[in-house]
Design a protein around this ligand. Sequence first.
Ligand code: NAP
Ligand code: HSE
Length: 438
Amino acid sequence: MQDKNNSDPLVVGLAGFGTVGKGFARILEENQAEIFRRAGREIRIKKVLVRDVTRARTQALPPGASFCADMDELAHDRDIDVLIELIGGIEQAERIIRQALDAGKHVVTANKALLAEQGEELFALAARKKLFLGYEASVCGGIPVVQTLRESLAANRLTSILGILNGTCNYILSAMTTRNMPFAEALKEAQDLGYAEADPGLDIDGVDSAHKLALLIRLAWGVNYPFRKLPVSGIRDITPEDIMFAREFGYNIKLLGHAYMENDRIEAGVFPTLVPNSYLLARVGHSYNAVRMEGNAVGSLFMHGLGAGELPTGSAVAADLLEIARGGKANNRGYTSGALPAADILPPETASARHYFRLTVEDKPGVMRDVASIFADNDISIHQVLQKGQSRTVPLVFMTHKAKALDIQNAAKAIAGCAFASAAPVYYRVLPPPGGTD
Ligand code: NAP
Ligand code: HSE
């Protein structure tokens, strides 16, 4: 990047004019006066990269900007100071970001998939070049959680992060819970509202939450937890029946990402989880996200806000851009060291949690005894039981005390193999109610 005065206009190349790209451009235009007062300089979009420049658009181009379809144009344009990458995906996004950094341009991205999977190389390149690689928009949309972990909580030893990290899944689970909406219909609504990824499997299979969790772990503890090593399960198989039983026990089902630091080891994962109704997390609805963080100095902190959609995400993109416009020193990962060490990972099968277990079994003598004996053989203690309905097969629901993940899996396998089980057991983690520990 040419050296410019801090009062010269900052020139942006915007890659992507979809949900987030349009939201960002709108904020820049509508809030121009506020942004100018804070940045102390004008911010201008010069070029907008899209796949199809001939397509009719629902939103006008930013004033003075033109469309282009050639990726290389943004990196090679000497006027452009900052590349904003909002095309998504891995390969093309990685290429365009790398080209921009090589050309000395700052970068802002909302691409958690890329940063979770290949972030280290890009952060190293940005550090070598002393350039910004901003990514506030990549985690929890409009919630400033990246800034909070990187700057505001920098003097803490973090002990836990727990959160609803995906707006699409929260939208679906909330619609199923409060409006009895079928899963597929709720997903379609989330897609129409612009919350879902281009491949919605990334949302509903928990992968998007895992991408974000890997970034949060990196920010919280300055270590690399390879995203592929995170245990992940999504919400595809959650039924209205499970939502109803959870409510009877006093819980809402949420897709949670969690990371706990225990004895210098990290236990982390993404799972559908029963959250006690009295928790704030249980009441986070619609496409809202929330993150609860615990630091040894600050105590517990709860952030709540819109986790997806054009304006909340565009707001986070604009915040990174403002930081660049003010001309400070880049602090992309929040740690001064070069390569970050690998995380010391607690093997997921040894992690302990309470569990909800739903079995579909024949309603006949001896079934309860056999199930109880399988639980006992696997060191699982039963906390509550519920049986509903009167037909040949019935749902039989258990809430367990804390048990190891491996024991839970083994018990589920053993029950699935019993003649009385007419379907494989369904099981989800449960957060302990306030004051409960085991
Ligand atoms: P989107 O609505 O699908 O928009 C993608 C835009 O990028 C479109 O304008 C598309 O061009 C352009 N594009 C895609 N591939 C391209 C290529 N190879 N060459 C040139 N242009 C290309 O996506 P989005 O929802 O805005 O998401 C963008 C990024 O933000 C993703 O990384 C996503 O994970 C992240 N994100 C999204 C949200 C959200 O709420 N949607 C929130 C946080 C983060 P055309 O218009 O011609 O098709
Ligand atoms: N698809 C993502 C979500 C977008 O639903 O949370 C925000 O990262």
